[in-house]
Design a protein around this ligand. Structure first.
Ligand code: ADP
Ligand code: MG
Length: 421
């Protein structure tokens, strides 16, 4: 192995090493609820990588240092955003300037030029999946390396042998890919852990809520009974009658809320009933209406079904499955819009269409729908559709999704008609 490769491999190791410590930052910040500061902490590691790379470079010509610092600079910026980019660029420039030599000028120019690429690719990088990220990362690192080599030649007449060019570029690219994959693994592990803990908390909360709602319902029932008895002692148009009647209505209202709440909190049963599909659909729309109002979303409900159209399903679960899909549609339209819900019947099946005018999904995202923990939302759980799909499947139904990026999404839910014998 020639000296170049050996030197660069040492560099490679030094560059990867600090990355492994990022894991510790993630866990530490989680334990101490420092999520917001995480970005600042994480910036330390690429910075350390840069310094280590610079401390053990491969030198061939006086004044020029060849090392892998391009990788932590590019990755750190792409993952961390513009602020992190400014920080890392500054660290790289200052430390490089301290070491001196003609290479300083070249580094300064290239690190400035690459900001054009950051501006072009930053958003796309953060939205991409791993292969896309690798492509963008490779492009940027290759640009930095090529730019450095070319400028050194053009300005200072430093000409490296071809095999050095090739080896140097390849090791940079490999370094980037390895570092990127490591970073992704660490990040995903942490996200999954976070979601698991949240899901666990949710289930505890919902169990508690279920028991509390239950406890509250009993006193309400008793109060209702006594108020009703008191009502009988008063004339219909007396003041007392009016007061008691109002109290009664409010108690009924409270009971309704608790019952609805129980629906979602209660551990669900597997018992299937014959239900009126239209009634359940209307109920689900009513439940989601406040969320729609809050997000300036209009719900257009079109139904062409007789009131007594029947479906075999667990009532509350069925509502839940619809609500999850409505909720996603509303969340996909952060600036408001129209959510169109329609239901119709075709001999053997009901077809429910839920269409939004939101940000839509790519082919790949559609394929991942229903997968647990698949979420593109910052606060998403990625559990909503998994639950919906399994409920719909349990009723013998299926779901089809079609979507156009930035135009909207349509969920088509197909459910078998239940015929009374
Ligand atoms: P969550 O809503 O918690 O993210 P879901 O299982 O409900 O979890 O949805 C999973 C993912 O599917 C969402 O994060 C989103 O990316 C995508 N998705 C679901 N419905 C829509 C929709 N109507 N428009 C765009 N994307 C959607
Ligand atoms: Mg959801």
């Amino acid at each position: 192995m020639d000296v170049l490769t050996k030197d660069l491999l040492v560099n490679f190791l030094l560059m990867i090493l600090p990355l492994l410590f990022i894991q510790i930052v993630y866990f530490y910040s989680y334990r101490n609820r420092l999520q917001k500061k995480e970005g600042k902490f994480a910036a330390i590691f690429p910075a350390i990588s840069i310094l280590l790379c610079l401390s053990f470079p491969f030198t061939m010509n006086e004044g020029f240092l060849w090392d892998l610092r391009a990788v932590p600079i590019v990755l750190g910026t792409l993952y961390g955003g513009y602020r992190m980019g400014i920080f890392l660029t500054t660290v790289a420039l200052i430390s490089r300037a301290i070491l001196g030599g003609d290479g300083v000028l070249v580094s300064t120019i290239t690190l400035g030029l690459i900001w054009i690429l950051y501006l072009i690719f930053m958003n796309q990088f953060q939205r991409s999946k791993v292969p896309g990220k690798i492509m963008i990362g490779t492009l940027l690192v290759s640009f930095l390396v090529m730019c450095n080599l070319t400028l050194s030649y053009l300005i200072f007449d430093v000409l490296m042998p071809l095999d050095v060019w090739v080896t140097f570029t390849i090791i940079n690219i490999v370094g980037l890919i390895v570092a990127l994959i490591l970073w992704e693994i660490i990040r995903t592990n942490f996200l999954i852990l976070n979601d698991l803990i949240r899901a666990e908390k949710l289930s505890v909360v919902s169990h508690l809520a279920a028991s509390i709602s239950h406890e509250v319902r009993n006193p309400l029932t008793v109060s209702r009974g006594f108020i009703q008895m008191a009502l009988q002692d008063h004339d219909e148009d007396s003041k007392q009658h009016y007061y008691l009647n109002t109290a009664l209505k409010e108690i009924d209202h409270a009971t309704d809320i608790i019952n609805d709440y129980l629906t979602f909190a209660k551990p669900t049963s597997d018992h299937q009933d014959v239900i009126k599909i239209k009634e359940e659909l209307n109920h689900s729309v009513n439940v989601i209406q406040p969320l729609a109002n809050m997000n300036q979303v209009d719900i257009h409900l079109q139904d062409q079904l007789p009131d007594n159209a029947l479906l075999l399903a667990e009532k509350k679960q069925f509502q839940q499955s619809l609500i999850n899909i409505f909720k996603n549609g509303i969340e996909a339209m952060p600036d408001g819009g129209v959510l169109t819900i329609s239901i119709s019947q075709q001999t053997e099946v009901y077809i429910i269409h839920v269409s939004d005018q939101g940000y839509g999904m790519s082919e790949e995202e559609i394929n991942r729908l229903g997968e647990p923990y698949f979420s593109t939302k910052e606060k998403g759980t990625g559990l909503g559709l998994m639950v919906s799909y399994s409920i719909i499947k349990a009723s013998g139904g299926s779901v089809k999704v079609s979507s156009t990026k930035n135009h909207g999404t349509t969920f088509e839910i197909i459910l078998p008609v239940h015929k009374e014998k």
